[in-house]
Design a protein around this ligand. Structure first.
Ligand code: GLA
Length: 725
């Protein structure tokens, strides 16, 4: 890992583990991008001068040698709006004269050990100063005085580079940022396929692959959250590449609100990638001396296909994103009452679930929605975060004490960013709901969204949540967000700053999450948004796990888990066994073990056999915990390759054990009869626990294990555990 600047060639070379990223200061201070991909030795660098530098109809600044260079045809490190670079811009700033021409030239740079934080924003962090190195490069627009500081951090142990940008107003006049993407990067070729993760509620993160075409393509969100509809993730894989081979570039934005991720292929067959805050309906006034920080983007490279890219993301996020006490601590096996009881419960009913949980070997009871205000259904009470003493006699405290006396941990549900029209809070503060003047609010799930950009709102929420967390021994908080934002506006922002609203909203949410995790460092937070509607690295900075989906039917849930695994590790994925009927308890367990495992049911509503089966499952959860949470994932058969069968495998870092799971989603008369494992040491020998047979890693990976005697039934699944002899 290192960042070098070659003064003579004016060239920057950034090396992360196995990766090089190279650019140079070119004519007139423009930054020309040279290369990003597998590591290239320092003594043998790409030859920048032997590339097309000029094309007809591509303009050039009057300061450069005629016909020598155009920012339109040259791969650039930043895409500026309005000048000679006609491609999709990453920076657009409207100046006091009313135009939005922005042209950035190199001014200075510094290179230092470690990684800076981004004020008010989640970001990856360095555990030690030595494991990261950072380049801060300042550019300036000579006409307007706007400055862009490009931030790059490389990682010693990971093939990863993080990028973000600071925009500073070094002039004496206010300007307005119209576009501030976290990065822009021009690739010298375009023979890639674009992979994105689309979805909806109960069907999140479906895999989609399409060839790059000329023009602009991409995904985004305008929903006020990263959203179910598109994840802030994008990958480019070389044509013909797949799970195990090909060049894969992964891009993931550490942000939980409106985003845009786009690729433009131009007439030179080069591809510009940009990612950041969605520029639709975005604006930010920047007064003289002020700075604006973009969210951070994570760039991961692998020449071992999508599998290599995913494993790199997983290790990086486990090491450098998830924080706090629960980063390494074993997460408690939980039962949540939501699917079992909905909001129809009282303290005795919840206590009965907790009692069963204790007898079964479960470690934490989580009380979901319905414990506050007059909340018996979704028509009321969000915002009235006062306990409903008709349901919980003696308050939250009494139930917490009873559950704790059993020896269980206790968790609670909140949806802080919401306000019900039918709530005391809304009646007292109608202005606290997000709204615009003279226009009725749309409702979603019978609720409005609260204005998190307001300090008074955040103070109220902190005080209400603290009243419960501060007086009771609570271990876990599920933070939900159950609708998207419409009629976006804040009563406190002046008319000419309303475009700042969405970003201010999420900054407010981050601030409250930060206050809570700082005040209660032992608390385990689980993010949620109608399942996985805000399943992004921004949320993972505060909540080390996120409820993956409200879909707990193992046979469709597995697709969601495969999609999520493109960049999110198993450790962050909330995954529960519910009473859903399509699959056996064994299959439900096998699927839910791929994550932070738990149960989501009312034991009184399931059979005695089911209860006995659950009891028998607990030991395996403990046995495989480390392997699944910290091991390497191999997607053996993915749903996007085979709609009938799927299989996945975890291998520990030392390659001493492996757990493979095979699942028949839909029976097909002819199926593959051997399952080939991956990631083992071919020279090692492994014992199959079930039969005691010993196989070499070479045999398991090349010939595979026979599935011949397995039943061929819809929903059948089986795990295979191998340990080195
Ligand atoms: C969302 C969550 C569920 C549950 C309900 C409660 O849908 O995803 O797990 O908490 O809200 O209203």
């Amino acid at each position: 890992m290192s960042i070098h600047y070659n003064e003579q060639k004016k060239l920057f070379k950034l090396d992360a583990a196995g990766v090089s990223y190279i650019f140079k200061i070119y004519q007139d201070g423009f930054l020309a991008h040279l290369y990003y991909g597998a590591y290239i030795p320092d003594d043998n660098l790409p030859d920048f001068e032997r590339r097309p530098v000029y094309a007809s109809f591509s303009a050039q600044p009057d300061t450069v040698e005629p016909y020598s260079f155009s920012p339109d045809t040259c791969p650039m490190e930043i895409g500026c709006n309005g000048g000679a670079d006609m491609r999709i811009a990453s920076v657009q700033i409207r100046n006091a004269d009313g135009n939005a021409v922005t042209e950035m030239r190199y001014v200075s740079h510094k290179i230092y050990a470690g990684k800076p934080g981004l004020p008010g924003l989640p970001a990856l962090y360095a555990n030690t100063r030595e494991e990261c190195e950072t380049l801060e490069l300042t550019m300036r627009d000579a006409v307007t005085g706007a400055e862009c500081v490009l931030l790059y951090t490389v990682f010693e142990k990971h093939p990863a580079i993080t990028r973000s940008m600071i925009i500073r107003n070094a002039s004496s006049k206010t300007m307005e940022i119209e576009r501030a993407m976290s990065f822009s990067m021009d690739m010298n070729r375009c023979d890639y396929d674009l992979i994105t993760l689309y979805g909806r509620h109960v069907q999140e993160r479906e895999f989609e692959r399409r060839p790059l075409g000329h023009g602009t393509q991409g995904v985004g969100s305008r929903r006020g959250s990263s959203s179910h509809a598109q994840n802030p993730f994008m990958a480019l894989i070389s044509r013909g590449g797949g799970e195990d081979f090909g060049e894969a570039y992964g891009f993931n934005l550490v942000y939980s609100c409106n985003f845009k991720a786009e690729v433009e292929v131009d007439y030179n067959n080069s591809a510009r990638v940009i990612m950041g805050i969605n520029y639709d309906d975005f604006g930010w006034k920047l007064a003289p001396g002020e700075a604006f920080y973009t969210p951070e983007a994570v760039l991961v490279y692998s020449n071992e296909g999508l599998g290599g890219m995913s494993r790199a993301f997983h290790r990086l996020y486990n090491d450098n994103l998830v924080r706090g006490e629960w980063k390494h601590k074993k997460r408690p096996l939980l039962v949540n009452n939501w699917e079992g009881t909905g909001m129809e419960f009282d303290d005795d009913k919840l206590y009965a679930i907790a009692k069963w949980a204790k007898e079964t070997g479960i470690e934490m009871f989580v009380m979901d929605d319905g414990w506050f205000g007059r909340r018996d259904d979704d028509t009321s009470s969000l915002g009235d975060w006062y306990v409903n003493e008709t349901k919980l006699k003696g308050g939250v405290g009494s139930l917490v004490r009873r559950v704790k006396a059993l020896g269980l941990k206790f968790g609670i549900w909140y949806e802080p960013e919401m306000i019900s029209p039918d709530s005391d809070l809304y009646r007292a503060h109608p202005d606290w709901a997000i709204h615009v003047p003279n226009r009725a609010n749309s409702v979603g799930r019978q609720q409005y969204v609260i204005d998190m950009s307001r300090q008074d709102v955040r103070d109220y929420l902190f005080e209400r949540i603290s009243d419960v967390l501060g007086h009771n021994d609570i271990d876990y908080l599920k933070w939900d967000f159950n609708r998207n934002i419409t009629e976006a506006g804040s009563a406190l922002l002046p008319a000419n700053r309303q475009k700042e609203f969405y970003h201010r909203f999420i900054l407010g949410t981050y601030e409250l999450m930060d206050r809570i995790t700082t005040a209660y460092p032992h608390l385990l937070m689980e993010g949620c948004s109608g399942g996985g509607g805000r399943y992004d690295p921004g949320m993972l900075y505060y909540s080390p796990q996120i409820w993956c989906s409200d879909n707990t039917d193992a046979l469709s849930r597995v697709d969601i888990q495969f999609g999520s695994s493109l960049c999110y590790p198993a450790s962050v994925q909330g995954a529960h066994v519910s009473a859903s009927s399509r699959a056996s308890y064994e299959t439900k367990r096998n699927v839910a073990m791929w994550g932070s495992f738990g149960y989501e049911l009312d034991p009184a509503k399931i059979s005695e056999e089911a209860r006995a089966e659950i009891k028998a499952q607990i030991a395996d959860y403990h046995k495989y915990y480390d392997l699944i949470h910290y091991g390497d994932l191999y997607r053996l058969i993915s749903p996007w390759e085979d709609p009938y069968n799927c299989a996945w495998e975890f291998v520990d870092e030392e390659k001493t054990q492996a757990l493979a799971t095979y699942l028949i989603k839909f029976k097909k008369e002819r199926r593959g009869l051997f399952l080939r494992l991956k990631g083992l040491d071919p020279a090692k020998y492994y014992r199959w626990e079930e039969t005691g047979e010993v196989f070499s890693g070479a045999l398991l990976m090349n010939a595979g294990i026979s599935l011949f005697c397995m039943p061929n039934e819809d929903g059948y699944s089986k795990t295979f555990y191998f340990k080195e002899v």
